[in-house]
Design a protein around this ligand. Structure first.
Ligand code: 5RP
Length: 225
């Protein structure tokens, strides 16, 4: 028996999975909503759907594999027909904060390679302006103090992400700062400033990378384009 929140995730996942067509190269994002997408794509494979998946995290890769999805390496991928991924926050302008699960770097590569990026969310993630969810910033360990200082200079409050008592480690062997910048008036400007800091591998501001957002809202799925 799944609760109503899980049911919403499942509904929006089913809608997104319908968009995958035979022969597609499909970017597979990360997170609990994506897990439902992967399960549904696995079910459609049994009905004869043929496609190749590209994973945005090791966890997604393992799950996709367990559902019989044929996978190709992200690093060997030069184009993706459609990608599906979750988000932690979004606006109607299709700006996102991602990286709550720590997979932001590979997720951004997947989105950047995609002709069509579909985001699966629910109404709790919709905001007028980004910034209630701290911006995840993946930092190379040797740049820890330097990056922390730069983030503070930009007006942020960086908190190192922990997993149990240890620093959280990404699939790429790096740390993550969750940075409170307050309300983000201009996501494109902040993204550009973060892009310019040496030692940041990637950040979770996704600006102009999304084609469509599918939002579960009770029994319906609302689309933002
Ligand atoms: C992982 C992500 C996820 O897509 C994001 O955290 C949303 O996950 P969920 O569907 O579990 O709410 O960005 O890095």
């Amino acid at each position: 028996m799944i609760d109503s929140k899980q049911q919403e995730k499942r509904e929006v996942a089913l809608k997104a999975a319908e968009l995958v067509k035979d022969g597609n190269i499909v970017g597979l994002g990360s997170g609990s909503t994506m897990d439902f997408v992967i399960v549904e794509l696995g079910r459609r494979i049994k009905d004869g759907l043929q496609f190749t998946g590209v994973a945005s995290s090791l966890k997604t890769e393992r799950l996709a594999d367990s559902y019989g999805i044929s996978m190709q390496e992200l690093g060997m991928t030069s184009g993706i027909d459609i990608s599906i991924d979750g988000a932690n926050e979004f606006t109607e302008q299709l700006h996102l904060i991602k990286g709550g699960g720590g997979s932001l770097f590979r997720e951004k590569i997947v989105a950047s390679l995609s002709n069509n990026t579909i985001i699966v969310t629910d109404s709790t993630k919709k905001v007028n302006q980004l910034g209630q969810f701290g911006v995840p910033v993946e930092v190379v360990p040797s740049a820890y103090e330097f990056v922390k200082k730069q983030l503070i200079k930009l007006g942020g409050n960086p908190i190192i992400r922990k997993s149990l008592a240890e620093n959280f480690i990404t699939d790429n062997g790096n740390f993550v700062f969750d940075v409170d910048f307050g309300i983000i008036g201009n996501p494109a400007c902040l993204a550009q400033q973060l892009d310019g800091i040496v030692g940041i591998l990637e950040h979770g501001l996704f600006v102009s990378l999304t084609t469509k957002i599918l939002m579960a809202n009770g029994n319906e799925v609302v689309t933002f384009t």
